[in-house]
Design a protein around this ligand. Structure first.
Ligand SMILES: *Cc1c(COP(=O)(O)O)cnc(C)c1O
Length: 234
């Protein structure tokens, strides 16, 4: 059975405390980090809980699931796509999501721009970078990032907010944390380089999940994507 709102509320308070503590440790204000509630695999009630608690966005990793859930959800909240997106679903994604965080190819940029134009909107996006060089992860290589950014900046119906990454899984569990820290530092460094080179702010650094949000915040995350810590295991 899905958790009660009271249970969710307690979990959300604990997550907020963790974020606030990590921000304080990093000398950052707690308002600098957005909490994106990851509702994938959970019912539409998860998004309603998030809205009722006062969060302003939820994250889904599949287009179809997000579209269906959004249609069932009566609360007003922003929907972000955080999972791998195929070009043939780009039009649907552009139509139904308020932001797409998982943009990792020029082909996808072309399709999303066209889809956003048809939907009559400017679609905010993040470029997903495989900053941890994990062969099992989607995301563009660090070296491809300038070409992706250049392509995206040329699109009238896209707005590039920043970068997104997922920390790699390591064969040895003890190496997970160091690998995550390296990944977050690499994304931050890439953002700083690209921002200077292209003269755009790229304000958003979406990095950190339930298990590694404190390290991500220390490295400059502006958006942590949290599922398990808010809603329990999937
Ligand atoms: C599922 C998912 C998350 C949330 O992971 P948790 O460990 O449950 O917090 C974050 N980001 C992406 C891209 C995801 O697919």
């Amino acid at each position: 059975m899905f958790l009660s709102f009271e249970e969710f509320h307690a979990r959300a308070e604990a997550v907020r405390l963790q974020i606030a503590a990590a921000c304080a440790q990093a000398g950052r204000g707690p308002g600098e980090v957005q909490l994106l509630a990851v509702t994938k695999t959970h019912p539409a009630a998860a998004a309603e809980y998030a809205a009722r608690y006062g969060l302003n966005a939820v994250g889904e990793n599949r287009v179809q699931e997000g579209v269906e859930k959004r249609a069932q959800c009566t609360a007003s909240i922003r929907w972000e796509l955080i999972g791998h997106l195929q070009s043939n679903k780009a039009k649907l994604a552009a139509q139904h999501f308020d932001r797409v965080q998982s943009v990792d190819s020029v082909k996808l940029i072309n399709h999303l721009d066209r889809g956003a134009a048809e939907a009559g909107k400017v679609l905010p996006i993040l470029l997903q970078i495989n900053a941890g060089r994990d062969p099992a992860k989607f995301g563009a290589e660090i070296e491809e990032a300038p070409a992706l950014l250049e392509a995206a900046l040329a699109k009238p119906n896209l707005r590039v907010d920043g970068l997104m990454t997922i920390a790699p899984l390591t064969a040895v569990p003890e190496e997970m944390r160091a690998a995550a820290q390296r990944t977050f530092a690499a994304l931050r460094e890439l953002r700083d380089e690209l921002a200077t080179r292209f003269g755009v702010p790229l304000k958003e650094l979406s990095m950190g999940m339930s298990g590694d949000m404190a390290d991500a915040i220390a490295a400059g995350s502006t958006c942590v994507r949290v599922g398990t810590a808010l809603f329990g295991s999937r």
